[in-house]
Design a protein around this ligand. Structure first.
Ligand code: CTP
Ligand code: CA
Length: 228
């Protein structure tokens, strides 16, 4: 009942969120991926929906239930995720890149299962860099004019504040969220370091949904009051 009377921070806004890992195929039955439960991105989708937004959630392969009222688009590879993101962001007000995109993919995907040849040897796999979805979107005219407000995450194992500041500037985005402490993959708690052009602010450790709600509020207060 209380929630009903609260102002909806993102009413009338469209939010696009990437979440989860990507899967980069090697052959029809194998591929490479990375640790990401998708929980944080899904929690943000839920929090944004609760805040009144129209939410598109672009999800890599994860077994997390879709939050109520959220439109989910399932993808596998980083390139699929980029295509889905480019289809959704031209109408959006906010883009939140919470996905753990594989930085590299095998150069080619074998059409058939790669078989052992009996020699005891192993295949050599060559990798190529995946597109950077966040950086690509951040370079668009709408993102540069802040009509599309872009938010990134930083997964770091050391020197978080330093890397997070550098990453925000490199990607050309107004807000970047660093995960404080040990990598929080799969856990239910999170603690965020918010990095914007003013500097870095630590938010209190909390369950992921509470963190997601905090983040939504932090984004909402940074949005241009009138749409550019
Ligand atoms: N990201 C993305 N596409 C990629 C790689 C990263 O959209 N191909 C986004 C992530 O969703 C995250 C941000 O960029 O919001 C930072 O991701 P991270 O892996 O921390 O940084 P990278 O730029 O990939 O650099 P590195 O992994 O070397 O630290
Ligand atoms: Ca990366």
């Amino acid at each position: 009942l209380i929630a009903f009377f609260q102002p909806k921070l993102l009413a009338g806004r469209k939010v696009v969120i990437t979440a989860g890992p990507t899967f980069e195929a090697l052959d029809p039955i194998r591929g490479i991926t990375n640790h990401s439960s998708g929980k944080m991105g899904f929690a943000i989708a839920r929090a944004a929906r609760e805040a009144g937004a129209d939410v598109a959630l672009i999800a890599g392969p994860v077994g997390v239930p879709t939050p109520r009222g959220v439109r989910r688009i399932d993808v596998k590879s980083g390139r699929d995720m980029l295509a889905a993101t480019q289809a959704e962001t031209p109408q959006a007000d906010i883009f939140i890149a919470a996905a753990a995109v594989a930085d590299w993919r095998p150069v080619s995907e074998s059409a058939q299962k790669i078989k052992k040849d009996g020699s005891g040897g192993a295949p050599t796999v060559s990798f190529t860099e995946n597109p950077d979805i966040l950086a690509t979107v951040a370079k668009t005219e709408r993102a540069r004019s802040r009509a599309l407000f872009c938010v990134g995450f930083a997964a770091e194992s050391h020197d978080l504040a330093k890397h997070a500041r550098a990453k925000r500037e490199r990607k050309g985005i107004p807000l970047l969220v660093g995960n404080i402490g040990p990598l929080t993959f799969g856990q239910d708690d999170n603690q965020m370091l918010l990095v914007d052009e003013q500097g870095a602010t630590e938010l209190p450790r909390a369950p992921k949904l509470a963190c997601a709600r905090q983040l939504v509020a932090e984004i909402a207060r940074r949005l241009p009051a009138v749409r550019p």
